[in-house]
Design a binder for this molecule. Structure first.
Ligand code: GLU
Length: 285
């Protein structure tokens, strides 16, 4: 078993991150496997070396360790380009110059019961769908043509989820991909690739067997599974765990500095106090 924790170094780690990292670490250790750390730092504007250094320090303090070197998404550009080339060779991509406002304006009036937003934001209305890749210009995003992706996959893949809220084997369904996801961005303006492609390519590069992460990413899993499938890469097992919430039931966010691990450390908490706070058994290490 190879698990990972893949934070974006765009803010301090908080209790929710600690839970996710310790959960993935504990799972790997219990199975005699390996836990890996990856910095999802593709966003060069928001990622900061000081957040990365603090995250590594917090994780070590929590008792976690991993083989070095730590992988950095920002250094995977060649892998992302190779994956984009592969999808392009299958004729599944097109360039898109729409801004968020363009997308919002072009979206048809919502029909009752038809979703307008999916795990990749507003479902893309298809304005640029007929553009060939040869018309790509700097500043364009690149989208996956979902209809073509489905047509290229007569047997849609399934994935195994072991997290208790969705445990089971799930088959991707064409209609559902079209209506609830649509043409997702696989590269964004000015970036080598978009999150969904990065996570798939890097999880494969790290040979992750079990993707362990928060339940907030469950809906995006179908996108990842489809990308693994289109790229002919093995699909990992998924485990989405519960989210750590504040007293008001709200999910913790990066800006929630009050729950930053560094703050608890400064207040004299021990790593086992943190384990207790998030409902994990005390560490025997
Ligand atoms: N880097 C992503 C985040 O910070 C997590 C990636 C993943 O687990 O798929 O939320």
């Amino acid at each position: 078993m190879i698990t990972r924790f893949a934070p974006s170094p765009t803010g301090p780690l908080h209790l929710g991150h600690a839970y996710s990292a310790m959960f993935a670490f504990d799972m790997a250790m219990a199975a005699g496997g390996t836990f890996l750390l990856r910095m999802d730092d593709i966003d060069r504007v928001r990622s900061k070396p000081e957040f990365e250094a603090q995250a590594i320090d917090d994780l070590h303090w929590l008792g976690l360790s991993w083989p070095e070197p730590v992988m950095h998404e920002s250094q995977s550009t060649a892998r992302f380009q190779a994956a984009l080339k592969r999808l392009e060779a299958l004729d599944l991509l097109y360039p898109c110059s729409c801004s968020r406002a363009d997308i919002a304006n072009a979206a048809s009036a919502p029909q009752e019961g038809v979703p307008t937003h999916g795990p990749d934001g507003q479902i893309y209305p298809g304005t640029c769908r007929n553009r060939p890749m040869s018309s790509f210009r700097d500043g364009d995003a690149i989208r996956l043509n979902m209809r073509k992706a489905i047509a290229a996959s007569p047997l849609l893949p399934c994935f195994v989820e072991t997290g208790s809220s969705h445990a089971g084997t799930h088959q991707l369904v064409a209609d559902d991909l079209l209506t609830t996801i649509g043409d997702v961005a696989v590269a964004r303006k000015g970036m080598a690739a978009a999150y969904h492609l990065c996570v798939v390519v890097d999880d494969h590069a790290q040979a992750i067997s079990h993707v362990i992460r928060g339940a907030d990413l469950y809906d995006a899993t179908r996108i990842h599974v489809l990308l693994f499938h289109l790229l002919r890469l093995p699909i990992p097992i998924y485990h989405h765990h519960r989210l750590i919430r504040d007293e008001a039931g709200k999910r913790l966010a990066k800006r929630d500095d009050a729950r930053a691990i560094a703050k608890y450390r400064a207040d004299g908490a021990t790593p086992n106090d943190i384990r207790q706070m998030v409902g994990l058994p005390a560490s025997s290490i």
